[in-house]
Write a protein that binds this ligand. Structure first.
Ligand SMILES: NC(=O)c1ccc[n+]([C@@H]2O[C@H](COP(=O)([O-])OP(=O)(O)OC[C@H]3O[C@@H](n4cnc5c(N)ncnc54)[C@H](OP(=O)(O)O)[C@@H]3O)[C@@H](O)[C@H]2O)c1
Length: 331
């Protein structure tokens, strides 16, 4: 498994990370906890050494499952845990909240759920626009100095927000959305992170399964699934994206003898992301992992991919439906 350093934090991990949003169940049609734990073990067996999670995934459940799996398997020292802070919930209403007292409470809750003494990478999930970002940086830097976290990351932040943060505290990583269908970070975040030496933990490497090759026009998503509110999975847009997947599948097979899923993950890595976060909730979903190793995309293939994307998806959709409300509520 390819390895990468996380900025100048001194931490190193595999270039494929396990994403645990679906493992939490909420917004993914429920979870099978036995399968979730087996998936965490399978990831480690495959050589994955970064697990990305968050309190909001399953409203605490994903963190608990990660903590239980790692503790029962005596595997804590084999992986880095990257979790997040800055999103709270009231019932199922999610809101941004990075006030210092909230972050302190969240940290203690995450340490308890994860059954660990220290979090390796602690990331601000979404910037709280009502809390000055330098105040958030001060809070996380205090956690780092106390030894409760090893490195600091942000997610869904602009270069300007990262500049403001880094004026106060060191940042090891940024976690933006990035996959073949969601390429906005190529304009700003990716060049910024590359220039400044920050690790990029790319989320949604499979575009929530759209790039897995498994979905078809007949696939239906439950009312409680995030894909139900993702406009890519509806109507004309869905047909466009599926048509692109078919052409990408043919290209992957003809040029590299791999699946479209392997092509999608390889592309994220070869575009310059440090880590591709791959969401899985059943162990066999990780079986294709070997197909991402030992080859790289060449310029011809990249051009052919771009051609397919432009032809089928002239006006790609950004994942803005994922964004929580900007104004904190309740106060
Ligand atoms: N920072 C943020 O704001 C943010 C936002 C989103 C995600 N993330 C992180 O990034 C991770 C990855 O993103 P994601 O989970 O949203 O989506 P993803 O990785 O793009 O897609 C995950 C889904 O793809 C399908 N899949 C995976 N392997 C497959 C296989 N071998 N064959 C067929 N289908 C397969 C599964 O869907 P089914 O199980 O339904 O088949 C899986 O749940 C998350 O888990 C989370 O850790 C962070």
């Amino acid at each position: 498994m390819e390895q990468i350093k996380l900025g100048d934090s001194g931490l190193e991990c595999s270039r494929i990370g396990l994403g645990t949003w679906a493992i939490g169940g909420w917004q993914w049609g429920g979870t099978d906890e036995g399968q979730a734990i087996a998936t965490i073990y399978a990831a480690i067996d495959h050589g994955i050494t970064l697990i990305d999670t968050a309190p909001i995934y399953g409203l605490g459940r994903a963190e608990e499952l990660c903590g239980n799996a790692l503790a029962s398997g005596h595997l804590r020292e084999h992986v880095l845990i990257a979790t997040k802070c800055g999103l709270s919930w009231d019932g199922k209403q999610v809101y941004r909240d990075s006030r210092p007292s909230t972050l302190r409470r969240e940290l203690e809750q995450s340490l308890r759920r994860l059954r660990t003494e220290v979090i390796d990478v602690y990331q601000v999930h979404w910037p709280d626009l009502q809390t000055p970002i330098d105040e958030t940086a001060v809070t996380l830097e205090a956690f780092r100095r106390e030894g409760k976290i090893r490195a600091i990351g942000v997610s869904n932040c602009s270069p300007e927000q990262m500049d403001a943060f880094r004026a106060v505290a060191p940042l090891a990583s940024v976690q933006p959305p990035y996959n073949l269908f969601e390429r906005d970070i190529e304009r700003d975040v990716l060049p910024y992170a590359t220039h400044e030496g920050l690790a990029v933990l790319a989320y949604g490497a499979l575009c929530r399964g759209l790039l897995s090759g498994r979905l078809g026009p007949e696939t239906r998503f439950g009312d409680d699934e995030i894909r139900h509110v993702d406009p890519k999975f509806h109507g004309r847009r869905y047909q466009q994206y599926l048509a692109a997947v078919e052409d990408l599948r043919a290209l992957a097979r003809q040029r590299f003898s791999v699946s479209v899923l392997a092509l999608a993950v390889r592309w994220v890595l070869d575009q310059g992301a440090s880590v591709a976060l791959w969401g899985a909730r059943r162990p066999e979903q990780l079986d294709p992992i070997g197909a991402m190793e030992g080859w790289q995309l060449d310029d011809d293939a990249r051009a052919a991919i771009d051609d397919i994307l432009i032809r089928h998806i002239p006006d790609p959709l950004a994942p803005s439906f994922l964004e929580p409300p900007r104004i904190r509520s309740p106060p």
